[in-house]
Design a protein around this ligand. Structure first.
Ligand code: PNS
Length: 162
């Protein structure tokens, strides 16, 4: 059984992530969306909420499950028997950021990363931009799965009171 892992911060999950996860189901029998920690980013949403929103977003995809990941991504992959990582690339900047991680993960355990070019219809969507648009009062409903926009706005409102 081929298991693919789609890793990320998912802060929040977007239609861009769903594009990649959906296409990854053609490459593996099972796809695990791994909600991990990026030490370079301070998340807006706590991890439990990121996991819950991602679970709702993939509920219609029977091959896909969502798991929180602590520690090294490659250790998680080894634990569940995953044979590949799958990531989307929107731009040259994504390529530059993702390639060292892909090579490091391969160095650590030999696991390969498959890059999928983002579909042009969602290539402009990034979680960071979604949050920025929402922070400035813009509409994000057509950038994220149902329910995510309200969760982002609620978290931003809470941030304002901190
Ligand atoms: O969505 P992001 O922030 O680009 O995802 C990056 C993420 C979370 C996949 C990466 O930071 C990661 O793999 N974190 C888990 C810890 C780990 O394995 N670090 C070494 C990466 S080479």
């Amino acid at each position: 059984m081929r298991i693919a892992v789609c890793p990320g911060s998912f802060d929040p999950v977007t239609l861009g992530h769903l594009d990649v996860v959906g296409r990854a189901t053609a490459l593996a029998d099972e796809v695990v969306l791994a909600v991990a920690t990026n030490v370079g980013k301070k998340p807006l949403l706590d991890r439990g909420l990121r996991v819950a929103l991602a679970r709702d977003a993939v509920a219609h995809l029977p091959q896909v499950r969502v798991e929180p990941v602590d520690g090294l991504l490659v250790d998680f992959c080894r634990r569940i028997g995953a044979t590949m990582l799958v990531k989307g690339l929107r731009s040259g900047a994504d390529h530059d950021a993702e390639t060292p991680m892909a090579l490091m993960n391969r160095h650590l355990t030999g696991i390969e990363t498959v890059f999928l070019p983002a579909d042009p219809s969602v290539a402009h969507i990034a979680s960071s931009l979604v949050k920025d648009v929402a922070r400035h009062g813009g509409r994000i409903e057509d950038l994220v799965p149902p329910g995510v926009a309200d969760a982002v706005r609620a978290a931003l409102a809470g941030e304002g009171t901190r």
